[in-house]
Design a binder for this molecule. Structure first.
Ligand code: PLP
Length: 386
């Protein structure tokens, strides 16, 4: 974002449409052009207009990085080829022997990256219940270099007090990364709560239309930005200009999409809460939900993800997941269309047998922005048949 825009103090919805997106200087194009060029002319050796080679930097990527960084209230944004590529770059901040303190509920792929890729290289991890702050302090491993948390978590939607955890971590010399994929910057800005790094699978709500895989990191300090930019270029897991354009376009409507996701999620929660086949509804707005107080404190609203366990066990959960028509049975989340899945066998299969294993009677919904009455009717018929 240009300094001028920052000074204007624009609101979220305005930044989403204008930050990093001034009309193109050469043509006046209102939409940032998709710059496919891999290389950029130099007038003398080392003298250029800010771009040399597209892995190191690309104008379409810069537009999208500025746009999302401004929404996260961060001074720097870095785009990656996937959420996991962004995560891999965060891990490269650590020195061998430094430990990752991981919340005990997280995306299965994150757990796989930390436990199966980085741990064998000498980067230990411990899973911990980050909601019990006294226990976190009492059991703090001395070698912790990084606290890694999702809030709300995938798939149990537990919320953690980001401000309190950042205070504990910083007093002990550790960095804090918050995976903000489920909340999005519209609902929660971890940097303003003290996190060092905000992480996204841009594949989800940021892209918003199930048509692009991407990752994103937002940081506020020049020092972290410089280190992460170095590995972004040196390891090279960058998104294509077209992917950057798709994310940038998706983000323009993030605010209004999130409002509808939240509204529809509430209609689904009402159905589930009153249904006799449901054992437990997991949604951060519910007063008895783990971390409800933290969510109420740090989030604008409670999001579009809803999980639930069923009384009929795994077989019933699988039947319900396969029994909807509008909710498509598929992995991923955060797009305009509603999705349903069985985390134990799908997104979180990699966590089986670990402290992050999920209940086998759990179903996860990504509630889309279709009309809520159609979604409620579809899920109701699947529950009846389940
Ligand atoms: N973080 C969360 C919370 C996710 O749900 C996912 C993917 O589902 C990721 C990170 C990984 O992102 P990607 O699939 O874009 O690599």
């Amino acid at each position: 974002m240009g300094e001028e825009q920052e000074q204007l103090g624009w609101a979220f919805e305005t930044l989403a449409i204008h930050a990093g997106q001034e009309p193109d200087a050469a043509s006046g194009a209102v939409v940032p052009p998709i710059s496919l060029s891999t290389t950029f002319a130099q007038s003398e050796v080392g003298v250029h207009k800010g771009y040399e080679y597209s892995r190191s930097g690309n104008p379409t990527r810069t537009a999208m990085e500025s746009q999302i960084a401004s929404l996260e209230a961060a001074r720097h944004g870095l785009a990656f080829a996937s959420g996991l590529a962004a995560e891999d770059n965060v891990m490269r901040l650590l020195k061998q022997g430094q430990r990752v303190l991981l919340g005990n509920d997280a995306y299965g792929g994150t757990f796989r990256l930390i436990s199966k890729v980085w741990s064998p290289l000498g980067f230990p991890w411990t899973a911990i219940d980050l909601s019990d702050l006294d226990q976190v302090v009492a059991n703090w491993p001395e070698d912790t270099g990084l606290v890694w948390l999702e809030s709300p978590t995938n798939p149990l939607l537990t919320c953690f007090d980001i401000e309190a955890i950042a205070e504990i971590a910083h007093a002990r010399g550790a960095l804090v990364v918050v995976d903000n994929t489920f909340a999005t910057p519209y609902l929660q800005q971890p940097i303003t709560l003290g996190a060092d790094i905000t992480l996204h699978s841009a594949t989800k709500y940021l892209g918003g239309h199930s048509d692009v895989v991407g990752g994103f990191l937002a940081v506020d300090t020049d020092e972290l930005a410089e280190r992460l930019r170095f590995t972004q270029n040196a390891a090279g897991a960058v998104p294509s200009p077209f992917d950057c354009y798709l994310v940038l376009r998706g983000v323009k409507t993030l605010g209004i999409r999130m409002d509808r996701h939240c509204q529809n999620a509430r209609a689904i929660v009402d159905l589930l809460a009153a249904h006799p086949t449901i054992e437990r509804v997991l949604y951060p707005q519910l007063p008895d939900h783990p971390g409800h107080a933290a969510a109420a404190k740090q989030m604008r609203d409670y999001g579009g993800m809803v999980s639930f366990t069923v009384k009929g066990g795994e077989a019933a959960a699988r039947r319900i997941a396969a029994g909807t028509e509008l909710f498509t049975l598929a992995e991923s989340l955060g797009a305009v269309e509603s999705l349903i899945e069985h985390p134990g066998a799908m997104t979180h299969a990699a966590a089986a047998g670990s402290p992050l294993e999920v209940p086998n009677n759990l179903v996860r919904l990504s509630v889309g922005i279709e009309h809520s009455s159609d979604l409620v009717a579809d899920l109701a018929q699947a529950l009846e048949r389940g």
